[in-house]
Design a binder for this molecule. Structure first.
Ligand SMILES: NC(=O)c1ccc[n+]([C@@H]2O[C@H](COP(=O)([O-])OP(=O)(O)OC[C@H]3O[C@@H](n4cnc5c(N)ncnc54)[C@H](O)[C@@H]3O)[C@@H](O)[C@H]2O)c1
Length: 290
């Protein structure tokens, strides 16, 4: 397991959740890691995990909404760790709310970090990768929310759908420089950001999630990290411009579980099926005839 021996990865938002899992996993694959996070405390904790895995870690405080701060992080990475091969644009926030009263600030912060922040991370890292001339791998963390939308999550979904589509344009331009760009759409992953969706081990929210999810459990940062490692490693060479969902099957789960026999919905379904039987039989006969 040393697919990334001698490589250097920069992970935004590496101080918690998915970014921490990605940093640890890429380190176990042999990469040195630059953790760029607005929160130094979390980033230092991740750095300790990277060092435990036997790799070098460098922590840089940076807000992904600022190109200036990202440029500094990239420069620190290249001067401190010697190169830049992999960039993971992972930092993100969630600000749900009603269309009737969402404060403009919540909307703007989410756009600045989740959408502009990914663009700026890719711009800062890709410019340096082009300059260094060794190619590169860029992975952007979008979300299953790029496909699904709720009455309080529409603004988050808008940012994540933006990321999903942007990588396809970037992949076209950067291919000439040997740089791949892909996006991942995680489902519900057990991190501080998704605490309300993932619930606690053994609690009602978690149990409901486990029942709805075909894979039978909440996602873990390590699940997403494994996919990032694939995209960043030798087997990912031919993958670019892709958006890959990793959600334990949750996207289509609303149609998964039929109601139990004593559920009133089941009785209604049976009544409707019986009512439609004559029409179905007539139609089938016509189909068979022709
Ligand atoms: N957890 C999930 O279920 C889930 C699902 C789909 C997508 N995602 C996405 O995965 C990414 C990581 O989320 P997570 O669940 O690990 O969240 P998290 O809150 O555990 O970690 C996010 C990290 O990003 C950092 N960060 C926030 N704003 C920043 C900024 N402006 N500049 C630099 N760093 C900043 C935080 O300090 C934190 O360390 C996000 O983009 C999120 O939208 C998460």
């Amino acid at each position: 397991m040393s697919n990334l021996e001698g490589k250097v990865a920069l992970v935004t938002g590496g101080g918690s959740g998915i970014g921490r899992g990605v940093s640890e996993r890429l380190a176990r694959e042999g990469a040195d890691i630059c953790i760029a996070d607005i929160d130094l405390e979390g980033a230092e904790e991740t750095a300790a995990l990277v060092r435990d895995a036997g790799r070098k870690a460098l922590v840089v405080q940076a807000n992904v909404a600022s190109l200036e701060q990202l440029d500094k992080a990239v420069s620190a990475c290249v001067s401190g760790l010697g190169r830049l091969d992999v960039a993971v644009a992972n930092a993100g926030i969630g600000r749900g709310g009603s269309v009737l009263d969402m404060p403009l600030k919540d909307w703007q912060d989410q756009l600045d970090i989740n959408l502009t922040g990914v663009f700026l991370t890719v711009q800062a890292c890709a410019r340096r990768m082009v300059e260094l001339g060794n190619g590169g791998r860029i992975v952007c963390i979008s979300s299953l929310a790029a496909e699904l939308v709720g009455e309080r999550s529409w603004s988050y979904s808008a940012t994540k759908a933006g990321v999903r589509i942007m990588v396809r344009g970037w992949a076209q331009e950067l291919g000439a420089h040997g740089i791949t760009v892909n996006a991942i759409g995680p489902g519900v992953i057990d991190t501080p950001l998704a605490a309300m969706l993932a619930g606690e081990e053994g609690g009602a929210i978690r149990t409901g999630l486990e029942e709805r999810t075909p894979a039978g459990r909440a996602g873990k940062p390590g699940d997403i990290a494994g996919l990032v490692a694939f995209m960043a490693g030798p087997d990912g060479e031919f993958m670019t411009g892709s958006y890959v969902i990793m959600d334990g099957g949750l996207r289509d789960a609303s149609g998964r579980r039929a109601p139990s026999a004593d559920d009133p919905r089941m009785q209604e379904m049976q009544k409707l099926m019986a009512q439609g039987e004559a029409r179905r039989a007539k139609l089938q006969a016509l189909i068979d005839e022709r």
